[in-house]
Design a protein around this ligand. Structure first.
Ligand code: GLN
Length: 281
């Protein structure tokens, strides 16, 4: 089969299986096996696939047809223009989370500072911030040892030296009194009963990165409560949440004594990130 023929075949199979993005899925799988940039597809449509490539593609396509996310099959996902290794132990970085990065960049002190990323997963948010601000020192924490290894490996692969990663539950690996200028987090925030969990790619992602008790608010509440001990005076806490959790997130921060509490929207116009400034008691 040629490049063009395989794309057509894979697209047909994926469409029949109900994929919502058959053309992109087919292209990404093919380029991963060929290890080529996207332009290759238009430059070399008649190139014949080798037997090894065809076999590998058949394995990849079968996995995708059974619903596995493309990023887990290829092992990479781009975030903030950084190619990140991903694995089933971590959430696949989402474009919406780039909004959290954008907003955090606006709050980082111009003179540099320490920044904490809670539930760092692949290290996506911490590494994006570290790459933009070499004068800041990033600390990423994750409960899953596999995620911590992956984040470290991503930092090494990207030659990012101002990010360190620690294993533990939320703030627990930190010494008492460690303070940060900004704390960011994309914590689990989905209600355990949300039907969205039984559909599409999320079925393959770790539940520990997705769900939280109290209609998805339990981890956010913990992060906000404990954050008060780990923010410098005038420091910012900001976290991602569900489209319908803006009011709850703002109430939570306000009740805990945070100031200038505001919710910002994602690229689709949905409430996505809430933040508050800690000015001490
Ligand atoms: N936004 C993701 C989703 O809806 C969830 C990410 C998260 O829980 N932190 O699939």
């Amino acid at each position: 089969m040629t490049v063009e023929q395989w794309l057509k075949y894979a697209k047909q199979q994926l469409t029949t299986a109900g994929s919502s993005s058959p053309a992109i899925d087919a292209e990404v799988l093919l380029l991963s096996v060929l290890d080529k940039p996207r332009s290759y597809l238009f430059t070399w449509p008649d190139k014949a696939l080798t037997a090894t490539q065809s076999d590998q593609l058949q394995v990849f396509l079968s996995r995708r047809l059974s619903g596995e996310p493309v990023a887990y099959i290829t092992g990479v996902r781009e975030f903030w223009s950084l190619p990140l290794q991903v694995a089933p132990s971590t959430l696949i970085p989402r474009p919406d989370t780039e909004r959290l990065v954008e907003l955090a960049l606006q709050k980082l002190p111009s003179s540099g500072g320490d920044v904490l990323d809670l539930g760092t997963g692949t290290g996506a948010v911490a590494l994006a911030l570290a790459s933009e601000r070499p004068d800041c020192q990033l600390t990423g924490i994750d409960l899953q040892p596999e995620a911590v290894s992956l984040a470290k490996s991503n930092a090494t692969a990207l030659s990012i030296e101002n990010a360190t990663f620690l294993q533990g539950s939320w703030y627990s690996p930190l010494q008492d009194g460690t303070k940060f200028a900004v704390i960011v987090s994309n914590p689990p925030y989905i209600d355990p009963d949300d039907e969205h969990l039984t559909q599409g790619d999320v079925r393959f992602e770790p539940l520990s990165a997705l769900i939280a008790d109290k209609q998805g608010m339990a981890d956010i509440e913990w992060i906000a409560e404990q954050g008060r001990c780990h923010l410098s005076d005038g420091g910012w806490l900001m976290f991602e949440h569900g489209y319908d959790q803006g009011p709850l997130a703002r109430d939570c921060l306000t009740a805990l004594g945070y100031c200038d509490v505001v919710t910002e929207q994602d690229y689709a116009g949905h409430d996505r990130v809430t933040m508050g400034c800690w000015k001490g008691l």
